[in-house]
Design a protein around this ligand. Structure first.
Ligand code: FES
Length: 153
């Protein structure tokens, strides 16, 4: 039977719902997740990849326990985001898009998170840090490392 426009729409909603679920469970969309979704929803893997590349919220790479995001949008850039990024790169030994071997940290960049007046902005695990200075970088990394230790105690 040919699918109607509204059926396709609800399929896509179901697909996005499942992608969110798998990403929440595993921290990323694994090849196994894609096969599972394809089987359950009876849609092709290429259709799933199409949605994955369209929605930037999904990632195909395993991410660290802590995600640090540096805003590199214009407003943050002119207020010093590049030096903040350099400091995080040095502190974590990562380039943007990379994850530490112990899977503790992922470093990312974005273009504007809508808080330009407070730039430069850094987001660590969803917490916004405004008017970042290079001297604040070490404290953010150390606080997240300590969080790991406390969780293990
Ligand atoms: S440019 Fe960074 S919040 Fe807008």
């Amino acid at each position: 039977m040919k699918k109607t426009h509204s059926t396709l729409h609800s399929d896509q909603r179901e697909l996005i719902h499942m992608l969110h679920k798998f990403q929440k469970e595993n921290g990323y969309i694994s090849p196994e997740s894609i096969s599972e979704i394809s089987r359950q929803l009876k849609i092709s893997k290429s259709e799933i990849f199409g949605v994955l590349t369209f929605y930037k919220a999904f990632t195909l790479e395993p991410r660290g326990k802590h995600v640090i995001t540096i805003c590199m949008g214009t407003a943050c850039h002119v207020r010093g985001a590049p030096v903040i990024l350099d400091e995080f790169k040095r502190g974590l030994g990562l380039e943007p898009g990379e994850t530490t071997e112990d899977k503790l940290f992922t470093l990312e960049t974005v273009n504007c998170v809508g808080a330009c007046a407070l730039g430069p902005i850094v987001i660590s695990d969803g917490t916004y840090h405004g008017q970042m200075k290079t001297r604040d970088v070490k404290g953010i990394i150390e606080a997240l490392k300590k969080e790991k230790k406390n969780n293990l105690e």
